[in-house]
Design a protein around this ligand. Structure first.
Ligand code: HEM
Ligand SMILES: *[C@@H]1O[C@H](CO)[C@@H](O)[C@H](O)[C@H]1NC(C)=O
Length: 304
């Protein structure tokens, strides 16, 4: 617990330092500490943070990139070539990295990627897997995406977009994602389809949390436990309040409290036109000893 608190303090400090000293954060915060932070910072926060960091490409830059692509055939790199000549050290030909088999010129971000930079380990190779695992060891920085949870693939999407819109596309890396003729491999198609499924799942999850927002809750030894709904419970601002129900979603391991709309037509289903809201969903259970239309339910009575 106290470890958690300290880590959180470190997170707050490093986030604010990061805000002011952007590219110096990794010399201030040791990497093992960063790693610790990464293990519990939700991906939304990470996405927000990196969105905050990313500089939007100017229109001129976009045309430049397109023209460049038209001018010359994309180059095909071998892993040896990328590693030997494109890590940005003395005498190298440039500063490149590959993400999902596509090679980008990242010299515009050299403070991060050049030797000694906070992310120098991404240079000269395809370390796609490390972008979602946070494992920046040589074994972790690989283009083979095995052993990953299906739901982690969503994390690749942001980085894919980030590199495509921030840096110049140079060519393809012969490896797990492109074959020696520069053609996409089955592994790439597989990864792309997993990314798409993960995004679909994420989208469903977001829609669901809007349909069935979380309840507010409080509990103490003296007062017992209580769940209740308000027009912004679960962080979902809405024009209805709803009533608390125990919601066991299909496939979910736990039931949770959901605020369910109790007036108006159902969101979906054949009952259209009825004034039941979503109360007829088969996954909802009423709380014991609580009026079905009460916006607040006691789940554990106070000790008397
Ligand atoms: C899985 C975890 C992480 C990955 C894969 C990751 C990856 C990256 C990459 C590739 C860049 C360079 C982006 C560019 O081209 O401009 C970057 C920049 C940055 N990241 Fe992260 N990051 C991670 C976690 C974190 C965390 C937890 C923090 C903050 C506490 C952080 C703070 C920064 C900062 C301040 C920069 C900009 C300056 C710099 O390059 O050092 N990152 N990150
Ligand atoms: C939410 O409730 C508050 C008072 O409880 C009210 O002032 C506000 O207008 C409501 N918002 C919406 C969107 O209905």
């Amino acid at each position: 617990m106290s470890c958690m608190k300290i880590s959180f303090l470190v997170l707050l400090i490093s986030l604010s330092l990061g805000y002011f000293y952007g590219d110096k954060i990794h010399s201030i915060v040791p990497r093992h500490v960063l790693k610790e932070i990464e293990s519990f910072v939700p991906s939304e926060v990470m996405a927000w943070w990196h969105g905050h960091q990313a500089k939007p490409a100017t229109p001129e830059k976009i045309t430049e990139k397109v023209d460049q692509a038209k001018k010359s055939e994309p180059h095909l790199f071998t892993k040896e070539e990328l590693w030997k000549y494109y890590r940005g050290d003395k005498g190298s030909k440039g500063l490149y990295l590959a993400f999902m088999g596509k090679v980008y010129d990242v010299s515009a971000g050299k403070t991060s990627y050049q030797p000694g930079g906070g992310y120098d380990f991404f240079a000269g190779r395809d370390g796609t897997k490390g972008f979602v695992t946070g494992d920046f060891s040589d074994e972790g920085l690989t283009d083979v995406l095995d052993g990953l949870d299906e739901n982690m693939f969503g994390g690749f999407k942001e980085w894919q977009t980030f590199y495509a819109t921030t840096y110049k596309f140079i060519g393809f890396l012969i490896g797990n994602f492109y074959d020696k003729n520069g053609q996409p491999t089955a592994a790439l198609k597989n990864a792309e389809s997993k990314i798409k499924s993960a995004m679909d799942v994420e989208k469903k999850r977001k829609e669901e949390s809007k349909k069935y927002p979380m309840c507010n809750s409080e509990s103490s030894a003296a007062k017992g436990s209580r769940v209740w709904c308000s027009n912004r419970s679960g962080g979902v601002e809405r024009d209805w309040v709803g009533v608390p129900r125990l919601y066991h979603a299909p496939g979910a391991t736990h039931a949770r409290c959901a605020c369910v709309r109790n007036t108006g037509p159902p969101t979906e289903g054949k009952d259209m036109g009825k004034n039941t809201g979503d109360l007829n969903s088969p996954y909802m259970k009423e709380y014991k000893n609580c009026k079905p239309d009460s916006p607040s339910c006691v789940t554990v009575p106070p000790r008397s």
